[in-house]
Design a protein around this ligand. Structure first.
Ligand code: NAD
Ligand code: USQ
Length: 406
């Protein structure tokens, strides 16, 4: 297959690119390298040293003889170029990672909020409109998020995208309808993924576009089978307060003797998936494309759920790290239960890599190896969801995370 990977320079996009190229697909990365600019804006860098995208592609060719093509293009701002690109390359499948994906970054200031909405919603809509206009019948696989559901399961398991509801008609009769599971996003970033869902629903129904939306949990880990093959194929690893996600952050914090930064009570339960499984799931989803006229395929792409404080205790047990319970900069439930259905991927053959598989230690080893690249002052998460919350937290110059100032 000819596959376009939008956002292929990113944390999930790069290992997916390598995986699909390794399987013999013709792979084209489309990326505007905005994440590299955001690193510069924030004054942070990936824990792991990342080469330029062109150099990464050159090394892959040297190691495997396979070519990965790179195209510099902003899918949110360069609509005409995107349309031309699609018409010229006519991919069989498109994997769409190209969005601003950090909730804390999306909540920093009004500028970050509008950037996130404009980038994510325009990018997704441009892509859909360009597919219709060019008549390219590519299978579009989008990386969405578990966060569109909110994180409360009201005692029932969260289904894969759709919910059957009974509606009472005017004559008192009950009719059943299948609706998108009601969204309850917890940040501007998560809200853009909820908006994406409506765009997909419309274009699948109106134009027969073939779309799969993967509602993914928090991705952890760093290496995949292909990134291990050469030092310069190493994956991005974010540890900072905006882009670092919770489990990877705890693992690097443990490696540099920094107290594990649990927000609030740590009673938040979230869904997780290892990077290797994320890549495998995308491959499985590619092989299970919907037909034109079908509703959007929605999969829950996660393998296990954990409470934040349990993860902190697990990492502390493994490494001897201390745990700091800090004021929460986010507006979110202090405690929640979360039960999630993921039957579709299991049926397609996914064999989950769980925390029990021993890969936590591998991340700590990577973090120890590159510990000299970590700026401790960038570890605290200081983006606050509201002004009030912002007043309760500030940087701790001693490097112990956040402290309460009220
Ligand atoms: P990332 O920030 O590492 O990568 C995103 C890539 O998209 C970057 O290379 C960036 O330069 C590019 N990009 C952004 N806007 C663009 C635009 N307008 N035009 C072209 N390129 C653009 O993010 P990631 O962690 O790899 O996440 C990829 C996708 O998966 C995101 O959509 C995210 O919402 C989703 N996701 C990620 C996680 C996670 O834990 N990392 C979990 C669930 C879902
Ligand atoms: N948290 C801590 N300490 C930290 C960092 C986070 O306690 O140092 C807590 C947060 O308050 C939150 C939970 O951990 O309750 C998860 O935070 P996170 O930053 O790991 O994840 P989140 O903001 O939800 O976003 C990440 C990705 C996003 C993806 C989402 C999947 O950045 O792209 O969509 O995970 S999900 O969470 O399932 O919606």
């Amino acid at each position: 297959m000819k596959i376009a990977i939008l956002g292929g320079d990113g944390f999930v996009g790069w290992p997916t690119t390598l995986h699909l190229s390794d399987l013999g697909h013709e792979v084209h990365i489309v990326d505007n390298l905005s994440r590299r600019w955001i690193d510069t804006e924030l004054g942070v860098q990936s824990l792991t040293p990342m080469d330029s995208i062109q150099e990464r592609c050159r090394i892959w060719h040297e190691v495997t003889g396979r070519r990965i093509h790179f195209h510099l293009l902003d899918i949110a701002k360069e609509y005409e170029m995107l349309k031309r690109w699609l018409a010229d390359y006519a991919p069989d499948a498109i994997i769409h990672f190209a969005e601003q994906r950090a909730a804390p970054y999306s909540m920093k200031t009004d500028r970050h909020k509008t950037y996130t909405v404009n980038n994510n919603v325009s990018g997704t809509h441009n892509l859909l409109a360009a597919l219709v206009e060019t008549g390219i019948d590519a299978h579009l696989v989008h990386l969405g998020t578990m966060g569109v559901y909110g994180y409360s399961s009201v005692g029932a398991a969260i289904p894969e995208g759709y919910l059957n509801v009974d509606i009472e008609r005017l004559d008192g009769e009950k009719v059943q309808q299948e609706i998108l599971y009601p969204t309850r996003p917890g940040s501007v970033y998560h809200m853009t993924k909820s908006l994406d869902q409506i765009l997909f629903q419309f274009y699948a129904q109106n134009d027969g576009l073939r779309i799969t939306d993967l509602h993914q949990g928090i991705v952890w880990g760093t290496h995949t089978e292909q990134t291990r093959r050469h030092d310069q194929l190493i994956n991005r690893f974010d540890y900072d307060g905006d882009y670092g996600t919770v489990l990877n952050r705890f693992l690097i914090q443990a490696a540099i003797d920094y107290p594990l930064t649990v927000h609030g009570t740590g009673g938040q339960t979230r869904a997780f998936i290892h990077i290797q499984d994320s890549v495998r799931c995308i491959d499985l989803a590619l092989q299970d494309a919907p037909d034109a006229g079908n509703r959007v395929h929605i999969f829950n792409q996660m393998t296990e759920t954990h409470r934040v404080r349990d993860l902190a205790e697990m990492v502390a047990g493994l490494t001897g790290a201390k745990i700091a319970y800090l004021p929460n900069p986010r507006k979110e439930a202090e405690e929640n239960d979360l039960v999630v259905r993921n039957d579709q991927f299991l049926k397609l053959g996914l064999d989950p890599t769980t925390l029990a598989n021993g890969l936590l230690g591998e991340v700590v080893d990577v973090a120890r190896k590159f510990a000299h690249r970590i700026d401790r002052s960038r570890v605290p998460a200081v983006s606050a969801w509201t002004r009030d919350l912002g007043q309760k937290v500030e940087h701790d110059p001693e490097g112990c995370g956040l402290r309460s100032v009220s």
